[in-house]
Write a protein that binds this ligand. Structure first.
Ligand SMILES: *Cc1c(COP(=O)(O)O)cnc(C)c1O
Length: 526
């Protein structure tokens, strides 16, 4: 076994020049190279020492495995080192600023973690009798009340497990409401700048998806929307603030026009961080909106989960909310309504979306965050998030093109384009250069309405000093991209891996390790 079998060829740039193989091991100072787990260890080593199993009659009827299962054999120490080394190659919100726009990667207060780990919450069983889990039901109920109050909405469905799952919940409620009035419709309108999950959700529900163009100011074209409304349109899905980081100022007029046409309004609330405590979506005429607890309310996310996407619903949609529902009776006792055949109030529910009750750990963290901020603190979250994003926008618009910078302040995220970079230089080069500077790149090439988009969301949890350092780093990379610095095209020079063939990796991902002459096939790496 050699250390470099995964295809990494150590080389390093010093003042633009490339030096090959700076170390014998492939390690870069204290950043240790690490092969795949299957490439280390062997079946003769293991972390446990089991006694020989007593002979037992074989009851598999000849179906037993004939060949070894091929698990990697590692000692406990090797296992711990393997995962610790891998974890050090990762970037995390606990390491540094995470500028990913649309993702709201903010600090997760340790208080949330402490509360979520309290045995009364952490050790709950979803089938425990309701009388034994009144405190947990109270948490779900109180969080739901906060979400309804903050959004000015009539009802809340707590069980969806992510933003996209919340979109599904909202559209299923909309469809149930339309079908209940015998008016099943077939089209969902989605603005061009929408997050990919919006059209995907609509298509998943069986709707035809049609784009609504944006104005030159980066907002929904109201006239185009009004022109398209008709008896076949079930709903519009609008993100507000939108994915260009701009507030949809016409939201109320849009909602009125949509309602007048007999359709409903879904709002993608992933960007609620920018307006929480300042704007109540219910006042804007919205019928359904998911809230990403793992964005706005600070619960940890990334790498695919866990998430939580409760959906708030208007009066019109409240009767169609999915089960389960937590209710509080006149005696202060909480009830988990789980039966499809429950009382008249829930008779029109569209069913249920999850096996149990939702993400309890996320509920606990989100409520801890909300209560520790209080109403005034939540409002300040939005104000500081917007202030920080505008600080970045105005600090960098002299070196990076800000397509909507002239239309006024942004909301919680600053949007730049690749206009003005030197010939042959792209957003990708800027992003890779940022990795060398010690930052996870910003969101790239999204929203699609802006060429070479770079979407940056600092969140309210970054200090001015942290923002200044990030601005300094991005300014330096942007200046190099404008000056056509060839070394930038090779970035990242200092990361554990250099540029990958991303198309090959996405199109033909190698998800299964295959032993080839005792060594792994190289991954799709340069
Ligand atoms: C994050 C996000 C989503 C999807 O939320 P998930 O929890 O990742 O499923 C949808 N829309 C927007 C605008 C988002 O930022």
């Amino acid at each position: 076994m050699t250390i470099n079998q995964s295809g990494w060829k150590p080389e390093i740039a010093v003042s633009g020049a490339v030096l090959a193989s700076p170390t014998a091991t492939g390690n870069r100072a204290l950043m240790l190279e690490e092969p795949l787990i299957f490439e280390i260890g062997g079946m003769e080593r293991t972390g446990v020492d089991l006694a020989e199993a007593p002979a037992a009659p074989n009851r598999l009827g000849g179906m037993e495995r004939a060949t070894p299962i091929g698990l990697p054999g590692l000692s406990e120490q090797e296992t711990v080192r393997h995962y610790t080394r891998l974890s050090r190659q990762n970037y995390a919100i606990d390491l540094g600023l995470f500028p990913l726009g649309s993702c709201t990667m903010k600090h997760n207060p340790r208080l949330n973690e402490k509360v979520a780990r309290m045995p009364g919450f952490a050790d709950l069983h979803p089938l425990a009798p309701q009388s034994a889990v009144q405190g947990a039901l109270a948490v779900v109920h109180e969080l739901g009340e906060w979400l309804k109050t903050l959004t000015g909405m009539a009802a809340v469905a707590m069980s969806p497990k992510a933003g996209a799952h919340g979109e599904l919940c909202g559209l299923l409620a909309i469809r149930a409401a339309l079908e209940a009035r015998g008016d099943a419709r077939s089209v969902i309108l989605v603005p061009e700048s929408a997050h990919g999950t919006n059209p995907a959700t609509a298509a998943f529900c069986g709707y035809a998806v049609e784009d609504i163009p944006a104005t030159l100011e980066g907002r929904v074209d109201l006239a185009a929307l009004e022109a398209r409304l008709g008896p076949d349109v079930a709903a519009v899905m609008i993100t507000n603030p939108n994915t260009c980081g701009l507030f949809e100022r016409d939201m109320k007029r849009i909602a009125d026009a949509v309602h007048a046409a007999g359709a409903l309004v879904y709002c993608d609330g992933a960007n609620f961080n920018a307006i929480v405590g300042r704007v109540r979506p219910g006042d804007l005429g919205i019928d359904a909106m998911h809230i990403n607890l793992h964005k706005t309310f600070s619960t940890p996310h990334g790498g695919g989960g866990p998430g939580s996407g409760p959906v708030v619903l208007s009066e019109a949609l409240a009767p169609f909310a999915p089960l389960p529902i937590v209710e509080k009776d006149a005696d202060g006792v909480f009830h988990l309504v789980e039966e499809e055949t429950a009382g008249a109030d829930h008779g029109q529910n569209f069913g249920r979306m999850v096996a149990f009750h939702g993400q309890m750990g996320m509920f606990t963290r989100a409520l801890a965050y909300i209560l520790s901020h209080g109403a005034d603190g939540l409002r300040q979250v939005a104000e500081d998030a917007v202030l920080n994003a505008n600080y970045i926008l105005r600090s960098l618009e002299d070196v990076l093109d800000a397509p909507f910078g002239g239309t006024g302040p942004c909301m919680h995220e600053a949007l730049f384009s690749d206009k003005g970079l030197a010939e042959g230089f792209s957003t990708l080069d800027v992003a890779k250069g940022l990795i060398d500077e010690g930052y996870h790149p910003m969101t790239m090439y999204f929203p699609l309405v802006v060429h070479g988009a770079m979407l940056i969301e600092p969140t309210e949890t970054e200090s001015k000093a942290a923002l200044d350092q990030f601005i300094m780093a991005l300014r330096s990379v942007a200046e190099r991209a404008k000056a056509g610095d060839e070394a930038l095209k090779g970035a990242p020079w200092f990361a554990p891996r250099r540029r990958l063939d991303e198309t090959l990796a996405a199109r033909k991902p190698k998800l299964v390790w295959e032993e080839v002459g005792g060594l792994a096939e190289p991954a799709a790496a340069e």
